[in-house]
Design a protein around this ligand. Sequence first.
Ligand SMILES: Nc1ncnc2c1ncn2[C@@H]1O[C@H](COP(=O)(O)OP(=O)(O)OP(=O)(O)O)[C@@H](O)[C@H]1O
Ligand SMILES: [Mg+2]
Length: 310
Amino acid sequence: MTAGAWTSVGRRRVDGRVIVCGNEKGGSGKTTTAMHIAIALVDYGHSVATVDLDERQLSLTRYIDNRRRWAESKQLALPMPRHFHVPPAARESAGEVNGLLVRKLTEAIASIKASHDFVVVDTPGSNTFLSRLAHGVADTLISPMNDSFIDFDVLARIDPLSQQILGYSQYASVVLDARRNRLHSENAILDWVVVRNRMSPLTSRNELKIHTLLRQLSTDLGFRLADGISERVAFREFFTIGVTALDVFEDYVLGTTPTMSHLMARQEIRGLLEQLKLPMDESNRMETDARRRQAASVSRPVVLPDVFAR
Ligand SMILES: Nc1ncnc2c1ncn2[C@@H]1O[C@H](COP(=O)(O)OP(=O)(O)OP(=O)(O)O)[C@@H](O)[C@H]1O
Ligand SMILES: [Mg+2]
């Protein structure tokens, strides 16, 4: 792989940003979100790598494979990320910690991020060493979750009587640990964004309750709550040909014209991308650099002025 060490304007390239889609709850929308965010970033002209760490399902790998086959068979110039998936050794040791493999994969992700603007990582819906590895290298973590108390339970436990938050759950601890380690070892901030997925067009009392609790939890756990993504066929209908809601259907789905639902789906993904506040242009890059500098200064020992006794 060639490392793109310089940007087009001649500045030294900073390492790409690692965006991880993670949530220990299965079926919350990690793969769908990963694919749509990756394609949106490619569409905006960025160099994007995708990494599939879900060694059992390899759904993102399949999605991208379908896309490649469709493009080849129909001779279409579909925008593509550069895709990587876990080696067979990781699949054989699924779920078990394998020190050597962890080191190799961590190095591989570091090398991928040195040569791309963005690395989008999909993770399994369970707590495996591959999932923890991904959370440990994330700059941005997107956790999609369904509007259900079963999904909420992965973040925090709720008192059945008072409906108050009783305590944080296992997955929240995994993320908090990853964030702490990242700050101490690299002075880097993990930006955690939770997004409600598959929202219904009609807001129910149950959803309002979940929204209120998520707001409260966001201050406790330090995540940002993005606007939700609706339940739409547009997000899943073209998996077998690898096409996403963001693609130009007229060209890539051969004559199909987008419906209002497709256009709304695009808007939602673009909206999510905006809320991620990724370093996509100069002002965003400066904001990210400022946050990095602040993180660095927070963990540096305080220099006492002379006026204080030592
Ligand atoms: N916003 C949405 N609208 C409609 N269908 C959706 C939406 N998001 C996800 N889906 C569908 O929900 C199912 C689960 O989504 P997905 O595979 O992305 O979840 P996941 O978190 O990656 O699951 P796993 O934990 O098993 O890897 C899939 O059938 C997908 O097509
Ligand atoms: Mg998945």
